[in-house]
Design a protein around this ligand. Sequence first.
Ligand code: C2E
Ligand code: MG
Ligand code: MG
Ligand code: MG
Length: 284
Amino acid sequence: CAKSEGKNTYRFFLPSMTVDVSDHLRIHNSFRQGLERNEFILHYQPQVGVFSRKVEAMEALVRWDHPEMGFLYPKRFVPVAETTGMIIPLGEWVLREACQQASRWNAQGFRVPVSVNISGIQLRRKNFEATVLDALAWSGLSPELLELELTETMLLEENDLLLKSIARLKEIGVRLAIDDFGTGYSNLAYLKRFNADKIKIDQIFVHAGSQNPDQQGIVRMIAGIAHVLGLSAVAEGVETSHQMEYLVEIGIDSIQGNFLSKPLDRVSCEEYLLRYCERSGRDF
Ligand code: C2E
Ligand code: MG
Ligand code: MG
Ligand code: MG
């Protein structure tokens, strides 16, 4: 733990990873109130199929409309919530809110899955599975319309309980995506073991690939691994038409990034879905 190593420990962190101590405290102290007063908000970013041209999922990304600190992005408060344990109530709120939103879209005729980022702290809790089932039951969302985004490092643990609870969630139809692929300890065995559906290639590789052919080879290889294992490959953080072109050429299945759409608030989501998402044939 960083604390026991003294203050100098901070020297070893990358600048982007350091959290100002007073900032940390302010955030920590206002967290519970933030939850009680509904200050958290979800934005959603579409993932679009290269060939289907369909909106294949909307990823929920949490923001905090803080009364004093302004509009905060997860980089600022998720790490704090993880060290203080507040990630548990926040994560439950995110799951419920995202499921409810997808359930509403479904009622409006947009059968689009919602994708939810899960923290390792949440996943390791004994009742994680129950939390997911509760959110589904509460919102009335069908499990096929929920996707959980986990990272590689979270799945490295040889934890029987974890394996079983993920297997049960998969059995009822919840989908599984491996987020930020390539940045952790890429261990191919776990992809099969956890029966994941999708690999999300981290934007670091996506960006590097548009600058240099060797780097492009890495993206091609990751997509190839995904396909050999029967998973789909999504590119994250796509920002330019040049990136889009090389990714399509490589055989990426879906694209996510500001080039197609930034994360959208709820109202903009409906406009987006109206424009780009075919409605299923039901009347409402
Ligand atoms: P992530 O899950 O890998 O999400 C992708 C991040 O890339 C998002 O940042 C998104 O806004 C950003 N992004 C999307 N397109 C582009 C692009 O074209 N260019 C660039 N440069 N960035 C793009 P955001 O929303 O700030 O979230 C950052 C991270 O915070 C997420 O990374 C995820 O790990 C975490 N996070 C977000 N929401 C939640 C949540 O509800 N729960 C948990 N536990 N973590 C969350
Ligand atoms: Mg994600
Ligand atoms: Mg990611
Ligand atoms: Mg990321």
